[in-house]
Design a protein around this ligand. Structure first.
Ligand SMILES: *Cc1c(COP(=O)(O)O)cnc(C)c1O
Length: 491
């Protein structure tokens, strides 16, 4: 260490914050970022250099090189600090409703309604005719009932007087229903339905927290109507039925039909509440998916109350939809907890637009439904076009048959025939390649299988095909840079 390189002397080479800000290298950054933010990151960069000098990690020339790079260093820090954490991704997993990826993408109409509602004021709780205060459910209640009527082919008069209410999600809807209708009283639930739906939603826990008393009925695999019957007491306030939306039971199993349960409920004057969950409002068998009830079909069977999610198969915003007997819904609405769980105006805007699509027979404008309907041969064509462009000595690209899933805790075991791209990189493992794809902008989320990375195009919007192709080419370049030992720009 020469005298010049004594820490004391090197410290003197470190510029003052004020000097740096006057430097031409920082002009661009001054324009892009606020002064306090810029100053704090210049300070942090200088502090780091000071610490490195203190630890004796610099010579005169290495410090000079760092100071040369200071503009880039600060720019990188600012970029990182202001990067959005929540970003769009390309979902190439083939799972239409992925809770981790935000479940249902919204329709163009729903997005337009959100934009318009968010940008200004709206009549969220204001009756324009009367010029008086109203309640927010007014915007969707009639639409919900109209959609139910139109799709169940049952005249509304044939049903009991119905009402609808909306809260933040289906878990909240279930909790609220149990708390309103059965706090301090007994709720009958089959042991086969004391399940975990996912994301910490466990039926027994929600029930206990709601203040209701769980009365288990039957066994895990078999519950008969007689089991419910013998469990009925004057303290029974509700029969809860949980839709098997995310699991399947096979073999020696039995449970009464919803019809039978509703009859029993009617005879005993105990309402039946079905947590239907999926919110499916289309006829899945026409898409080759069996064994899944629609939420509207369930309602037509006659339970007093049904709850479902807005952002699963319904394809709308995150919310919990409750439809049922007017007296029950109005009780739920006057529960103080209803206020705690109320949905925001943007949710109502999106839900209204989604309901209008169903009412008008335009559910194929709802992306989740369009993805469900997309034909395998159309998907195969798109795969072929991308594969054509993508094939290279480093990347083998095959178009293969695959199976898409609906997901989001719905239709367990059901799958839809689809096509995908199977990628193998000459030198990177499938895990390295998949990680590289996640590092792109926007990130591409894939599946890995038997040494390859698999991209199912059913869940990729056709409008993103070009972007996807370019991203995949970028990934191949990034990996080539990495293997050549050159740092890629984006790594
Ligand atoms: C998904 C699901 C829920 C939870 O719905 P969220 O909208 O995610 O809160 C509850 N019950 C059933 C049967 C479900 O499938």
């Amino acid at each position: 260490m020469t005298l010049q390189e004594q820490p004391g002397n090197l410290f003197r080479r470190l510029p003052q914050v004020g000097e740096l800000l006057a430097d031409s290298r920082f002009v661009g950054l001054q324009q892009a970022y606020s002064r306090p933010l810029l100053i704090s990151h210049v300070r942090a960069a200088l502090q780091q250099l000071r610490a490195e000098v203190r630890e004796g990690r610099h010579t005169e020339s290495s410090l000079a090189a760092e100071l040369d790079q200071l503009g880039e260093n600060v720019a990188r820090r600012l970029q990182q600090a202001t990067r959005r954490s929540l970003r769009r991704v390309i979902n190439a997993t083939g799972v239409i409703l992925q809770t981790n990826l935000g479940r249902a993408p919204l329709s163009a109409a729903a997005i337009a309604q959100i934009a318009e509602t968010a940008a200004g004021y709206c009549n969220l709780e204001f009756d324009l005719e009367a010029g008086e205060r109203s309640h927010r459910d007014a915007h969707v209640e009639k639409l919900l009932l109209d959609v139910v009527e139109a799709r169940s082919r049952l005249p509304r008069q044939g049903l009991r007087p119905r009402a609808a209410a909306v809260v933040n999600n289906c878990a909240a809807a279930c909790f609220l229903a149990l708390n309103t209708l059965a706090e301090g009283a007994e709720v009958l639930v089959s042991r086969g339905e004391l399940v975990e739906i996912g994301g910490g939603f466990r039926v027994p826990d929600i029930l206990r927290k709601s203040g209701a008393v769980l009365r288990e009925v039957g066994t895990t695999n078999r519950t008969r109507l007689a089991d419910y019957q013998s469990a009925l007491t004057p303290a029974t306030r509700l029969i809860l039925r949980v839709h098997r939306s995310n699991f399947r039971m096979e073999g020696f199993t039995e449970r009464p039909t919803l019809d039978e349960l509703c009859e029993l409920g009617d005879r005993a004057s105990v309402p039946v509440f079905e947590d239907q969950g999926t919110g499916c409002a289309v006829d899945l068998p026409t898409y080759g998916i069996g064994g899944e009830s629609s939420w509207i079909g369930t309602l037509a069977t006659g339970p007093a109350l049904v709850a479902c999610s807005g952002d699963k198969l319904f394809g709308g915003p995150q919310c919990g939809i409750l439809v049922g007997d007017e007296t029950l819904v109005s009780k739920i609405r006057s529960n103080p907890l209803f206020r705690v769980m109320r949905m925001d105006k943007l949710g109502y805007a999106a839900l209204q637009a989604t309901l209008l699509a169903y009412l008008n027979g335009m559910e194929d404008t709802v992306p989740a439904i369009a993805m469900l309907q997309a034909s395998a041969s159309e998907i195969r064509k798109r795969c072929g076009a991308i594969a054509e462009v993508l094939r290279s000595p480093e990347l083998s690209v095959e178009v293969i048959e695959t199976q898409s899933m609906i997901g989001g805790g719905t239709t367990p075991g059901a799958s839809i025939p689809s096509f995908g791209l199977s990628l193998r990189h000459q030198s990177a493992t499938e895990h390295v390649l998949a990680a590289c794809l996640r590092g792109l902008d926007p990130p591409v989320i894939t599946r890995t299988h038997g040494g390859s990375v698999l991209l199912d195009l059913r869940t990729v919007f056709a409008r993103d095909d070009e972007t996807l192709t370019r991203l995949l080419q970028d990934a191949v370049e990034t990996l080539a840079d990495a293997t050549r030992g050159r740092p890629g720009d984006e790594v």
